[in-house]
Design a protein around this ligand. Structure first.
Ligand code: ATP
Length: 907
């Protein structure tokens, strides 16, 4: 903001009164005037009042602005022949490094588009130009640039995604999720979620334009010298974040990266508003894939422990954010996951419940057994269940993991949450009565936090429950808050599926034009990574016909079909546009045929092209294929193992062959998400015409349908929608009958830690002189907000490989589904791969799968555009681009590529 120099006033006089210089230099009359001094004491009253009436304030601009504004005009006055052109200026690079090494020199070595001031980003489809002015942030997925939108004459923030398939795909998911949130759930922009304005591909980079926002909450805390905000501000921000969380929960979206850095102040509105940004890690509830998510300080215990997670992980992060807003420091600044867990246990008292620990993948990394996990013991005095688990000591951890865990500093002078909050210093000079008032609000805050940073995700409050807390509503806090019971419901009411399938899918489905609903544009040729495929490929997904939408050969206008079954209406936006990405919005009911997590799908479906893809655009298609094959939503909570064929993936029989993993998988598919792979599941039950040519038409899936089901199940291991349900179902698959749901199981008090909730009687101590956290003010360099970045796109390898091997097995045309054969086949590609050694001859199974898939894609491209006369070399190159393999690897896997081509040719 320009500062006002109130001391510098001039008397507004008529120019005529000003002396005219008689020298050769003739200054501008209004710019230069003689100084007229005046002093109130030296002028009489009437003079003074008339003078004051003509006083005006000079707004002093920054010096640089004053010296340079209009300098071109000034120079041109000096030298009328001067022809200034901005284009001739040396480039002021904004991207670092700025050496172009990739993408014909457009990208640097990190696959970031090299930006400089006044660089133009262009949406050619909509003829919209954005002039880059500055860099706002650099993140995992690319850069965010401050741009001038030449159409609206406003600044916007454009996120320019790295030119790499994995990032690209994930960004597509981000666009689709934001689109859904904006359009369906937040059309009036009242729920504190950032708005997308445009998206397009420029120089092989997906660009997403957002409304321009201001500083993030971390920056605000930092500006405040890591001192917390007043409780009224914390309350205001909490309320707004909860708004966003309620909407996300309703939409079935898990943000997966809630942290102060991802909450920005909106500069355009008064009073101050905040908005949640960065849906780059978000996923659909019930279709979680990644196990390594959330930034460390805000990571929930179930994610650390590797337990199936739900939207309640965002509530944990939210609790951490609220505490940090008040304290100015992160509540759990764990330097490692071990440190993080230790801090949680110490600060909160207690530990995750045994049922969670029993079924988490990483429990053994952090906990040891101290008694039998199957013989539950009660504490003699408290009647509470005694936990069978105990956190490892640092030495024990080191012994197990062969490395000492990193342990961070302690910033608080107290250990327990109640004490940390109560003893946080009060603002100086606060009157006594204000202190006692605030102490009550602090009690409310502790109670609020207790409901959020609750170890048991089943007991953790939902956003709606939390929003009724007196801390948020401002009602007087009298006793621990008991939220009203929330009816368990289908987690995904509105659902999108994101199909990245060039063969059958299409770009951003009908209406996926952010906030330009009337302009139904699509991104033709907009996917640099997934090439355009003619509409005719849609026929591969025969059931689409049922929606009556894919028949539209012109395709560029949104057609809207609907499908209804007994209990629900599945509105279905048919995809339009020719390439790779569908968004299907299912309103009012669960998407039974939904495909798995989009990110997972995206890993595998690209270019599969031969319709055995368990992912490729099949979820919604399955709905159209044969409605009768779907469990009506009313049966959502139950698995009918009695109809294994109909409910294929849920069959315990199928799953048992895979052991516990699949047992869980089968069971937790309570919402039948596995039906997202209907090519296999449904094949035996629909006629060829019903299924359409894309459905098992090649027969290969029939041979290995069991394996397919298992593969789906394996995937679903991590798509549990609620751990309690998952628990319940687990017995189905593994033969254990562990009837321990979070609802009926108490949490266990940790050894020697008090797990009691705060009660009103809790007395607040008067602040100590030494502020909490002042013992050693944290160095922001200690912060590691981007902890999850490096691994954000890592899949849960166990599930991925399991699915992968199943998938690979399914493309073994005509071969028996003998497990050993399959193992040896997939095993071959599973060994020897070393990412650090690109010259490695072998591909990992993931890569070989992609390689295989890309072969199919390449072939379909060749077929679809014969005029471009691709030869085998092109195909190999295309396949190669898909996974960046070396020539040696290609040669090693050439037979596989050929097989892919043959497979595709068979369809
Ligand atoms: N709409 C916006 N307005 C202003 N600044 C923004 C906006 N969106 C993002 N930014 C800035 O860009 C940074 C990176 O954005 P974003 O978090 O979406 O990208 P990312 O690659 O996912 O980052 P990260 O790796 O930190 O998760 C943000 O921290 C913020 O400073």
């Amino acid at each position: 903001m320009a500062d006002v120099d109130a001391s510098k006033v001039v008397v507004d006089g008529s120019p005529d009164e000003l002396p005219v210089s008689t020298s050769s230099w003739n200054p501008l009359r209004r710019a230069f005037r003689p100084y007229v001094s005046f002093s109130p004491s030296t002028v009489n009253a009437s003079e003074s009042s008339s003078t004051i009436a003509t006083l005006r304030v000079i707004v002093k601009k920054p010096l640089v602005a004053r010296l340079t504004e209009g300098i071109v005009e000034t120079y041109q006055i000096c030298n009328p022949t001067l022809k200034y052109s901005e284009a001739l200026n040396p480039k002021h690079f904004l991207t670092n490094p700025s050496t172009g090494v990739l993408n014909d020199g457009y990208d640097n070595a990190n696959s970031d588009l090299i930006l400089h001031v006044n660089f133009e980003l262009v949406n050619f489809e909509r003829k919209r130009r954005y002039t880059v002015k500055d860099i706002l942030g650099q993140g995992t997925f690319g850069q965010v640039a401050k741009c001038w939108d030449l159409e609206t004459n406003c600044y916007v923030a454009v996120k320019i995604i790295k030119n790499q398939p994995a990032y690209y795909r994930q960004a597509v998911v981000e666009v689709s999720i934001l689109h859904m949130l904006n359009q369906k759930f937040n059309p009036d922009d009242k729920h504190h979620i950032v708005r997308t304005l445009d998206y397009f591909v420029f120089q092989r980079h997906l660009c997403i334009s957002f409304e321009m926002l201001g500083s993030n909450l971390y920056e605000l805390i930092k500006m405040n010298h890591f001192k917390g905000f007043s409780l009224s501000i914390v309350q205001m921000f909490s309320k707004q974040i909860l708004h966003a969380l309620i909407v996300m929960k309703d939409a079935g979206i898990i943000h997966c990266d809630m942290k102060p850095e991802n909450i920005l102040i909106s500069t355009s509105v008064k009073p101050t508003e905040i908005k949640v940004i960065d849906f780059g890690s978000a996923c659909m509830e019930g279709r979680t894939v990644y196990s390594y998510i959330q930034s460390r300080y805000y990571r929930s215990p179930e994610v650390v422990l590797g337990y199936p997670y739900t939207a309640s992980i965002d509530m944990w992060s939210f609790g951490c954010i609220v505490a940090e807003l008040f304290l100015g420091l992160p509540l759990f600044p764990g330097a490692s996951e071990y440190d993080l867990l230790k801090r949680m246990v110490q600060i909160l008292g207690g530990q995750p419940p045994d049922n969670l620990l029993r079924d988490s993948k990483n429990t053994g990394k952090f906990f040891k057994h101290v008694r039998s996990i199957y013989h539950l013991e009660h504490d003699a005095t408290s009647e509470e269940l005694i936990s069978a688990y105990q956190v490892l000591t640092e030495d024990e951890y080191e012994a197990r993991e062969s490395k000492r865990p990193s342990i961070g500093k302690n910033y608080f002078n107290h250990v327990k949450l109640e004490d940390i909050i109560a003893n946080y210093p009060y603002r100086k000079n606060l009157p006594e009565e204000e202190i006692s008032k605030e102490s009550l609000t602090r009690l409310a805050l502790v109670d609020f936090l207790r409901g959020l940073v609750e170890f048991d995700p089943g007991k953790r409050w939902s956003p709606l429950q939390a929003s009724g807390h007196p801390f948020v509503t401002g009602e007087p806090f009298r006793c621990p808050y008991q939220p009203s019971h929330e009816t368990p419901r289908i987690p995904v009411i509105y659902t999108i599926t994101v199909d990245h399938n060039p063969g059958g899918g299409h770009w951003l489905a009908a209406g996926l034009s952010p906030q330009v609903s009337s302009v139904n544009y699509y991104l033709s040729l907009s996917s640099p990574h997934f090439q355009k495929v003619p509409m005719s490929y849609g026929r591969n997904y025969g059931s689409l016909g049922s929606h009556g939408s894919y028949n539209d050969s012109t395709g560029f206008v949104s057609s809207y079909g609907s499908y209804s079954d007994i209990n629900s209406m599945h509105a279905y936006n048919s995809p339009v546009g020719p390439c790779g990405f569908n968004m299907h919005v299912h309103v009012g009911g669960q998407l039974l045929g939904s495909s798995p997590d989009a990110r997972y799908r995206s890993q595998l479906s690209h270019g599969t092209g031969f319709d055995v893809s368990p992912f490729g655009g099949v979820g919604p298609m399955s709905l159209g294929a044969s409605p009768s094959q779907f469990t009506p939503p009313s049966s959502q909570m139950h698995f009918s193992s009695a109809s294994p064929g109909k409910h294929g993936p849920t069959s315990p029989e199928r799953s048992s062959s895979r052991g516990i993993l699949l047992g869980k998988a089968a069971a937790i598919g309570q919402y039948n998400k596995c039906w997202g792979y209907p090519t296999m599941c449904m094949q035996p039950y629909g006629s060829a015409s019903e299924r359409g040519p894309g459905f098992c038409a090649n027969g290969m899936s029939c041979i290995h349908s069991d394996a397919q089901f298992q593969g789906h199940g394996a995937h679903s291991v991590i798509s549990s929608s609620s751990h309690s349900n998952w628990k319940q179902q687990m017995g189905v698959g593994n033969g254990l009958s562990l009837n321990l749901t979070s609802a009926n199981q108490k949490s266990y008090p940790a050894h020697s830690v008090d797990n009691s909730r705060v009660v009103c009687a809790h007395s607040l101590e008067i602040p100590c002189d030494k502020p909490e956290g002042s013992s050693s003010l944290p160095d922001p360099a200690d912060w590691d907000p981007n902890y999850s970045d490096e691994s954000l796109l890592q899949e849960d390898t166990a599930e991925f490989n399991s699915l992968n091997s199943e998938f690979t097995s399914c493309v073994c045309l005509g071969e028996p589904s003998d497990a050993s054969t399959l193992t040896s086949k997939t095993g071959r590609y599973g060994h020897g791969h070393n990412q650090a050694n690109p010259s490695s001859k072998f591909l990992s199974s993931n890569e070989s799968l992609l390689f295989f898939a890309s072969g199919g894609l390449a072939y379909s491209l060749t077929e679809s555009s014969p005029s471009t006369s691709h030869d085998v070399k092109d195909i190999i190159n295309m396949a190669r681009q898909c996974i960046h393999v070396t020539t040696e690897q290609i040669l090693t896997h050439l037979p596989m590529l050929c097989l892919a081509i043959v497979c595709h040719g068979c369809i």
